[in-house]
Design a protein around this ligand. Structure first.
Ligand SMILES: Cc1cc2nc3c(=O)[nH]c(=O)nc-3n(C[C@H](O)[C@H](O)[C@H](O)COP(=O)(O)OP(=O)(O)OC[C@H]3O[C@@H](n4cnc5c(N)ncnc54)[C@H](O)[C@@H]3O)c2cc1C
Length: 359
């Protein structure tokens, strides 16, 4: 429970970290936000991709109120607007900070390396923008560091494929801007896309568009499962944009359109680099012939990095993990809002719902 001098450390300035900061502000609990990069760093990393959820589902009553308090005459986007990740960062995440008291509490380019517990307070090892390390202290920690920076491995059972460790930095692990800044890197190349989720589907759709412009582009799409279509489309998906991508990706895979060749039941066994920028030889589990490709895009998902608070062991009282790292579903902030409310009930011992007050 809080004392008058209690201090909260919030790790990460993604949507959930900033939402947590707004809540701390509403509760009146002093806090600092640590961000390893810039505001909405991960949204920026895949900023060319369109969000599936409309603007109104990505913001909260506290956020809307903060923007309108700062600039009462500002015209906010429509709730139904669909934006790219970068547009969302620019219209919501950045103004939330720059137009509110959060600005003085946020330290960008400050990476939290480890969290442990001293005699009475948490100890945070932080590396600042000048590369110098220091220890900051806090009474409570809310970890909203997401997972996009920590991709899963390519091999069966969640372990790296043979040779993967040695070539990890030659593989693209996120959503490449293949129609923009990365066009030259992928045009007229032989590319392997691995994965069976929305990220892989998005990469394949973008690459198929690239192949229409550069017909020498060839995409092999490998999935682990033996399903005859790469993606399962949920019945009556309420998120139309998501369903459109899933449908297009499945069509590309199964009809062999857009220079896409689909290989199901093809878990990656081993990857060998042929030299820097000279391509790879990829071997699959089973009898399939090895494949030579020039580029690999691994969209096999992301996982929480548990090393951050490893030193706490099982003694996690006062340490909360929220957002996508804490099992939040991502699509719509509502699950994160419930997590935030619950954490603050535990921290303050009060059950006041600041969303209801603003809603
Ligand atoms: C391509 C793509 C499309 C998506 N589309 C949608 C969508 O349409 N709708 C939707 O609701 N969700 C969508 N999501 C999911 C959405 O991005 C996540 O739900 C959301 O980003 C989770 O927010 P977060 O704050 O938990 O984590 P993040 O946005 O990942 O933020 C974590 C922050 O923590 C910082 N950080 C990490 N480690 C440290 C450290 N050690 N010290 C300090 N800072 C650190 C990072 O730099 C980052 O800024 C999409 C995801 C992807 C990849």
């Amino acid at each position: 429970m809080t004392r008058p001098d209690s201090h909260l450390a919030i790790l990460g300035a993604g949507p959930v970290g900033l939402e947590t900061a707004l809540y701390a502000e509403a509760v009146g609990l002093p806090f600092s936000v640590y961000e390893r990069g810039e505001i909405g760093e991960h949204f920026n990393a895949w900023g060319h991709v369109k969000l599936f959820t409309p603007w109104g589902q990505n913001i909260s009553p506290l956020g809307r109120a903060a923007l309108l308090t700062a600039r009462p005459r500002s015209v906010l986007p429509n709730d139904s607007d669909l934006m790219t990740g970068r547009e969302f960062r620019d219209t919501y995440l950045i103004p939330l900070v720059t137009q509110s008291p959060l600005a003085s509490r946020l330290q960008t380019k400050n990476v939290v390396l480890r969290v442990g517990r001293g005699r009475s307070r948490f100890r945070l090892l932080v590396r600042g923008p000048d590369g110098k390390e220091r220890v900051d202290e806090a009474d409570f920690v809310i970890d909203c560091t997401g997972s996009y920076h920590n991709p899963r491995h390519l091999g069966e059972g969640g372990i790296p494929a043979i040779g993967e460790f040695g070539v990890r930095d030659q593989i693209a692990w996120g959503l490449e801007d293949v129609l923009g800044t990365r066009e030259k890197h992928y045009a007229d190349r032989n590319i392997l896309v691995v994965g069976a989720g929305m990220s892989a589907a998005t990469s394949v759709c973008l690459l198929a568009t690239l192949a229409a412009k550069y017909p020498g582009t060839w995409i092999t799409w490998a999935t682990r499962s033996s399903n005859s279509t790469p993606l399962k489309r949920p019945m009556s998906d309420p998120l139309r944009e998501r369903d459109l991508i899933a449908a297009r990706a499945n069509t590309l895979a199964t009809r062999g359109e857009g220079n896409v060749e689909f290989r199901n039941a093809s878990p990656i066994e081993a990857i060998e680099s042929k030299g820097k920028d000279a391509g790879f030889v990829v071997r699959f589990t089973g009898d399939a012939a090895p494949l030579e490709v020039e580029r690999i895009i691994a969209n096999v998902g992301y996982q929480p990095d548990d090393r951050l608070a490893h030193a706490l062991g099982d003694n996690r009282a006062g340490y909360f993990v929220l957002g996508i790292k804490g099992g939040g579903t991502g699509f719509s902030l509502s699950s994160a809002q419930a997590q935030i409310r619950e954490a603050f009930v535990k921290i303050t011992g009060q059950s006041t719902d600041h969303y209801r007050k603003k809603g």
